[in-house]
Design a protein around this ligand. Structure first.
Ligand SMILES: C[S@@+](CC[C@H](N)C(=O)[O-])C[C@H]1O[C@@H](n2cnc3c(N)ncnc32)[C@H](O)[C@@H]1O
Length: 224
């Protein structure tokens, strides 16, 4: 990240208003322990999108310690959230954060690999009506698997669902990576580029690529 980009991020962060003190403290503690969580600017965009669309059933891939799941639950008091995490070291914290808050009662933490859990959800929902399907999906897990995740999530979404994929710019490495970063992240970079090309080829989707936060792809079905 360039000095200018860092200064802009700090500026945006300073103007970020948390939903409540609890979420502000959770962000602070996650950040101080280097727990992965959505950037403040990403949260602002998710807040805008969910505020406009008011989803009732949210599916999240990648829970970490539960920050974004709790953000969705606090922002949308009517919504139910299913969130998927496979890392035991994350799960133990997420379970505790959900158990400590009333919003946690509306969060269903599914433990395991997102691909496998999504297959299970497709079975659970195969005869489901529209209102039982997910109307908002947030993909924030393994960056090399976004194409599979999107294709699996599509099967359990309503026709008007919004699907948001985080980190599509991979801290800028998508267009330039220095020697070390290029090596360490080459798989994610390769698959993310392929995923973005794939999105452009899909004529049945409306795709908006946003550069806010770490880059977001906001996807809707055209329903023509
Ligand atoms: C960026 S973090 C999620 C942050 C979270 N959404 C938040 O903002 O609080 C990504 C998480 O996805 C999990 N993850 C990565 N690949 C996964 C997979 N295939 N299945 C389930 N979880 C996965 C990682 O263990 C990690 O905790």
């Amino acid at each position: 990240m360039s000095v200018r980009d860092m200064a802009l991020k700090e500026f945006v962060d300073r103007h970020h208003k948390a939903l409540d003190d609890d979420l502000a403290e959770l962000r602070r503690s996650n950040e101080s322990e280097s727990v992965p969580l959505i950037l403040a600017e990403t949260e602002e965009i998710l807040s805008l999108l969910t505020g406009l669309t008011k989803p009732k059933k949210i599916l999240e891939l990648g829970t970490a310690h539960g920050y974004s799941a709790l953000f969705f639950a606090k922002k949308l008091p009517e919504a139910r959230i299913t969130t998927i995490e496979r890392n035991p070291a994350m799960i133990v914290y997420a379970e505790a954060e959900f158990a400590n808050r009333k919003e946690g009662e509306r969060i269903d933490l599914r433990i395991g690999d997102a691909g496998e859990i999504l297959s299970g959800l497709a079975d659970e929902l195969k005869d489901a009506c529209e209102s039982e399907k997910y109307d908002f999906v947030f993909i924030d897990a393994a960056k090399s698997h976004y194409k599979e995740f999107l294709e699996q999530a599509e099967k359990i979404c309503t026709k008007d669902a919004l699907i948001v994929c985080d980190n599509i710019l991979l801290k800028g490495w998508i267009i330039e990576a220095d020697g070390d970063a290029a090596k360490r992240h080459r798989t994610s970079i390769k698959y993310m580029k392929q995923f973005l090309d794939y999105l452009v080829e899909r004529d049945d989707l409306d795709v908006s690529i946003l550069t806010g936060g770490d880059g977001l792809a906001v996807i809707r079905f055209k329903n023509e």
